[in-house]
Write a protein that binds this ligand. Structure first.
Ligand SMILES: [Zn+2]
Length: 349
């Protein structure tokens, strides 16, 4: 149980939260404060803040799943700034100049993104630029972004993305930040990404299993009502890496060694609070999990069957959620007359 966090152990809580989520349109652009900031915020305002914990999280795709997470390398963003007139207008001429000159730096990235988000809050005219670029994107496709053959190939497909974001939230300047500054991950079912505490992200399209450290702290910056206090804290605290390689946030997965029939995949998160298991059974197939030395929660995503833990047997069908205590073997069996069973099990040990 050494990976259970102190907070969780002291309060007798699970260290993680676990849910399914369907994004029919973009969810708010946000960060979850890192531990120190969460503690400060909670001290300042214990009435209004849910808790003092950080909240790194993963999204595991159930359908094709699109998510914005962290920033593209700054050199790639610079290339977009050079090509896209509207982006320079939104940044402001001086800011755009500053952004393009000299060494890449976290300060430059933070400053550019913060100013766009602040304009989103208080500059009505800027919203018209989002709407007009979205129109242009729909009419011309990627040519609207100066993409032409090899020129701007990193931005291929982004005209569609920008148009979709404007359809979701007309005139929201978050569209500029997500489209041109951030990585867009397009995950297939069974693939997952992780977002570290204070990492910028917005889930965009599709269904996922989301698992996170046990916290409800969030600072939103676009695609919803934004409070100025939250935006100030967001702008001061989001991580601003300038050289993150694409795909850095994909979560590695391997066969779970303690699954006796080989029907379980384990996702190795970079966090202390939890790892995730995905169990896929065909009709009448069985998987035995040897004991896990910490508490776990599982969710049946599809199909039907049963689970046996010690003397207890539980019928399973889509939507069932159950807790398995530490140190227990669990035997999952899919019904013979159904299509099989898909289960997600999140654990800490
Ligand atoms: Zn989040």
């Amino acid at each position: 149980m050494k990976r259970l966090t102190e907070t969780a152990r002291n309060k007798g809580q699970l260290p993680f939260l676990f849910k399914t989520l369907c994004a029919g349109k973009a969810l708010p652009l946000q960060i979850h404060p890192h531990k120190k900031l969460a503690e400060e915020m909670y001290k300042d305002d214990p009435e209004d803040l849910p808790d003092d914990n950080h909240k790194p999280e993963i999204g595991l795709a159930l359908s094709e799943f699109w998510a914005f997470a962290s920033f593209r390398p700054m050199q790639v963003i610079r290339d977009s700034v050079r090509r896209v007139f509207e982006l320079r207008e939104i940044m402001g001429k001086e800011e755009a100049e500053e952004f393009m000159q000299g060494e890449v730096s976290e300060d430059k990235l933070r400053s550019a993104v913060s100013k766009i988000l602040q304009r989103g809050k208080d500059d009505e005219a800027a919203k018209l630029l989002v709407i007009s670029l979205a129109k242009k994107c729909k009419a011309q496709g990627d040519a609207a972004l100066g993409v032409n053959g090899d020129e701007g190939k990193e931005d291929q497909g982004l005209a569609q993305v920008f148009g979709m974001l404007n359809d979701d939230y007309e005139g929201d300047l978050g569209a500029f930040v997500c489209t041109f500054f951030m990585n867009l991950y397009k995950l297939q079912p069974g693939e997952a990404i992780s977002v570290e505490a204070a990492g910028i992200h917005a889930w965009f399209r599709g269904d996922c299993i989301e698992c996170m450290a046990n916290s409800d702290n969030v600072l939103n910056s676009a695609f919803t009502e934004i409070s100025q206090d939250d935006l100030d804290l967001f702008n001061k605290n989001f991580l601003a890496p300038t050289q993150t390689p694409a795909d850095q946030h994909r979560v590695p997965s391997r066969l779970f060694k303690r699954g006796e029939s080989g029907h379980t995949t384990r996702y190795f998160t970079p966090f202390d609070e939890f790892d995730m298991l995905r169990i896929q059974l065909g009709p009448n197939e069985k998987e035995t999990h040897q004991p896990i030395e910490g508490p776990s929660v599982f969710l049946v995503e599809g199909g039907s069957g049963r689970v046996q833990v010690g003397e207890t047997e539980l019928e399973l069908k889509a939507g069932v959620v159950a807790l398995i205590l530490a140190g227990k073997e669990a035997i999952f069996t899919a019904d013979a007359d159904d299509s099989g069973m898909q289960i997600y099990r999140c654990f800490a040990e």
